[in-house]
Ligand binder design. Structure first.
Ligand SMILES: *Cc1c(COP(=O)(O)O)cnc(C)c1O
Length: 460
């Protein structure tokens, strides 16, 4: 392999960390529909959004004109502690598969939080601090987002309250301790610290909580506290914007070696890593400068793109957020209880949804046993223990590389390896024990989810 001129790991230098994020919203010819205020069904104004979110993030959210948005030096300084992230040529995987395809992955698990979520957490914490806020709130399910935000808030000296879904905080006590080590206050949700929490506790005394309930508590806490805002780790356009640092770095690293991808693959939960990874490449596709095959991968048990509807829906199950036009399974949809692979959000980023609707990308859904099979293979061959979420992308990258083996095509495949799986060992245990099952929702469970989509004129 020594004659290969592409190294195993392509590292950019510190000075090559992107100075700007890439705003897909400015490039898209057909813009996605605006958020609606559920009470008036009129587009949300910036002022309405600024009551809940940090001002600068709202301005970024609504920015449809600047393709490049400067990354403040303070954020780049933080990025320098763990970026640029490596772009790895998966020589060992290629060899094991016997494929002529050239496989690259962008690894975002090289920081303590273990995922790409830190890229947006640090930006959002910075803007909150700059606005003079004292604290922020958020919710977390599995804990990656809460951990990333805890790190960012510790760095900028902001107080943070994380509402963590009660079952997760019981099942993942170590995640909770990581957040507390970084100074966050972690509250098991539902809690008696908010009106929303008390109401749910009264109705459902022994409940283990849900993400929707944790969101309600976090938003309530933010809007009822002084100098406090709510921050979200996925779905929204400004989060996708911050994640474009992944795509900007990938593009710079590939260009340095004269490589251009034929195919870009990423896992899709709320769509932030995928939207960020593809951003500058997709911008060029929209401008007619490339014909890259973009593939978003989702779990077969939570298939918002491949089986959902493109309508206005609430972003949370408690129905308190604005309405977003997106592919959704219905805000009341719950993936089957045995689903262990993450990516369980009912909707999809409005940007990714619009790109899919406009035919700029494809989507594929995969079953979790197949995902863990790919995860284990990847761990053994490439060394990294991948997050279950990331392993959705690995699965499809492997499948596409195997297709190349049949056809003899030497495609260049880039996929996003969003994080590590150390806190997901109970899911790996299920797989190793052979107790993991696939559960694909039947038409009746989809219909049940769709019945929770708001019945408004915009959805007719
Ligand atoms: C949260 C998470 C995801 C999914 O979130 P997106 O917003 O779709 O990117 C994927 N991988 C990892 C490791 C995560 O923590």
């Amino acid at each position: 392999m020594s004659e290969n001129k592409i190294p195993y790991k392509i590292y950019l230098s510190e000075t090559e960390i992107p100075k700007q994020w890439y705003n897909l919203n400015a490039v898209m010819k057909i813009k996605h529909d605006p958020f609606l205020n559920p009470a008036t069904l009129k587009p949300c104004t910036a002022d309405e959004l600024k009551e809940v979110f940090c001002s600068e993030c709202v301005d970024q959210e609504l920015n449809r004109k600047d393709v490049y948005i400067d990354i403040p030096e303070e954020i780049r300084d933080f990025y320098k502690m763990y970026r640029p992230s490596p772009l790895v040529r998966a020589y060992c995987l290629e060899k094991a598969l016997g494929t002529p395809a050239k496989i690259y992955y962008k690894f975002e698990g090289n920081n303590t939080s273990g995922s790409h979520k830190l890229n947006s957490a640090v930006a959002q914490a910075y803007y909150a601090k700059k606005q003079g806020l004292k604290s922020v709130t958020t919710e977390t399910g599995a804990g990656q987002w809460g951990t990333a935000l805890s790190m960012a808030c510790a760095y900028f000296g902001l107080d943070l309250t994380v509402y963590m879904v009660k079952v997760s905080s019981e099942q993942k006590p170590h995640r909770r301790e990581v957040m507390r080590t970084y100074g966050a206050k972690v509250v098991a949700s539902p809690s008696d610290t908010t009106e929303a929490g008390r109401k749910i506790l009264k109705e459902f005394p022994g409940t283990g909580g849900s993400l929707g309930c944790a969101i309600s508590e976090a938003v309530e806490k933010a809007v009822t506290s002084d100098s406090c805002r709510y921050v979200l780790g996925s779905v929204l356009d400004h989060v996708v914007l911050h994640q474009s640092v992944i795509g900007m770095e990938s593009k710079a690293a590939m260009e340095k070696y004269g490589v251009s991808p034929d195919m870009i693959i990423g896992c899709c939960g709320g769509g932030s890593n995928f939207g960020g990874l593809i951003a500058p490449f997709m911008g060029e596709k929209i401008q007619g400068k490339n014909n890259i095959d973009f593939i978003g991968v989702e779990p077969a048990s939570c298939p918002s793109l491949t089986r959902g509807r493109y309508v206005y829906d609430f972003c949370d199950s408690a129905k308190i957020t604005p309405l977003a036009k997106m592919y959704t399974l219905g805000c009341g949809f719950m993936p089957a209880a045995n689903h262990a692979g993450g990516l369980r959000y009912h909707g999809m980023s409005p940007i990714v949804s619009a790109l899919y609707n406009q035919g700029y990308m494809r989507a594929v859904s995969v079953e979790q046993t197949k995902v863990f099979e790919a995860a284990e293979m990847f761990a053994r061959i490439e060394g990294i223990l991948p997050a279950p979420e990331s392993s959705h992308a690995i699965r499809v990258a492997v499948d596409e590389a195997l297709k190349c083996k049949e056809t003899g095509e030497e495609k260049t495949i880039l996929f996003g390896l969003t994080g590590t799986g150390y806190f997901d060992m109970s899911a790996y245990k299920q797989y190793n024990d052979g107790t993991m099952k696939d559960s694909i929702p039947d038409e009746a469970s989809l219909a049940q989810g769709f019945s929770t989509i708001p019945d408004i004129p915009q959805n007719k």
